[in-house]
Design a protein around this ligand. Structure first.
Ligand SMILES: O=C(O)c1cc(C(=O)O)c2c(n1)C(=O)C(=O)c1cc(C(=O)O)[nH]c1-2
Length: 259
């Protein structure tokens, strides 16, 4: 989107045409303050951290969340396809490699999608249970598709801002690494590698995404408010995904006894 059009669009959406911009520090604090609506506070994730999920519910979460995992590189490719800035694309492509994996010059990484399938096996699902998507409930698809559609339809700058829930993700990954071995001792701890990998990857991603958002959206107050709205939209996607999984019967269990 042309920058003048972006400013006008943000002003029309937020009604903040004349206010001065927040300082960079204040804007960052407002973005970080959105952590109160992160899905770590969703009852399903609270139950997960407290060891209260049944085996079938944990399996249901892993099977449904796979749909998010496979959507992420598609979303990132949509951002790149809308982005004429070569420097941004050079950074952004790393996200696709992280999830899809690669084999370049003898260096191999199976990638995050493969790591998630192994997480599925660690909770007692088969590879086919996960990759067939047969356990993905309709509302989980709608929530994830809304994120991909946002990245396809809105400007690449707005789509970058929508990735900023990753500010809060290392905390929830660490929580799973810390709690699952005690709470769900039947899960093979090798499967937690996905979460370990994301600790560094998410911190690196967010350093880039945040720097870009602070630079681009600080040029008007309306743009800053628009970035905050966009982050709220993405928080809502994750919250709705958790709602969908919690409300599904989560009766995935194909193998093994019920806890
Ligand atoms: O497990 C989680 O709670 C969680 C949350 C998020 C997030 O906050 O968006 C991501 C991830 N995981 C994740 O693993 C991941 O690769 C990822 C990419 C993105 C994104 O928006 O580009 N979010 C997230």
């Amino acid at each position: 989107m042309d920058f003048d059009v972006a400013i006008e669009d943000a002003a029309a959406r937020t009604g903040m045409a004349n206010e001065p911009p927040l300082s960079r520090e204040e804007f960052e604090a407002r973005l970080r303050g959105k952590s109160t609506s992160y899905h770590i506070h969703h009852p399903f994730h609270v139950m997960m951290a407290e060891g209260k999920l049944t085996r079938a519910q944990l399996q249901g979460w892993v099977a449904n969340r796979f749909y998010y995992q496979i959507a992420i590189p598609v979303k990132d490719a949509a951002i790149m396809s809308n982005c004429p800035d070569r420097e941004i694309r050079r950074e952004w492509i790393q996200r696709i490699l992280d999830h899809d994996g690669y084999e370049i010059g003898g260096i191999k990484d199976p990638g995050g999608i493969e790591a998630w399938i192994r997480l599925g096996e660690a909770v007692g699902l088969t590879r086919d249970d996960v990759t067939s998507l047969r356990h993905v409930v309709p509302a989980a698809r709608f929530a994830v598709d809304a994120y991909v559609n946002f990245a396809r339809q809105r400007s690449w700058q707005e789509a970058i801002a929508s990735s900023l829930t990753e500010l809060f993700a290392p905390h929830i990954h660490q929580q799973r690494i810390d709690t699952w071995p005690d709470m769900y001792p039947w899960v093979d701890t090798e499967g937690l590698q996905y979460f370990r990998n994301r600790l560094t990857q998410a911190r690196r991603d967010v350093a880039h995404g945040l720097r870009f958002t602070l630079d681009y959206f600080s040029r008007s107050r309306a743009l800053q408010e628009r970035a905050l709205e966009i982050l709220q939209f993405k928080l809502d996607v994750l919250w709705a995904l958790a709602d969908a999984i919690m409300l599904s019967e989560c009766r995935v269990e194909i193998t093994g006894p019920k806890a």
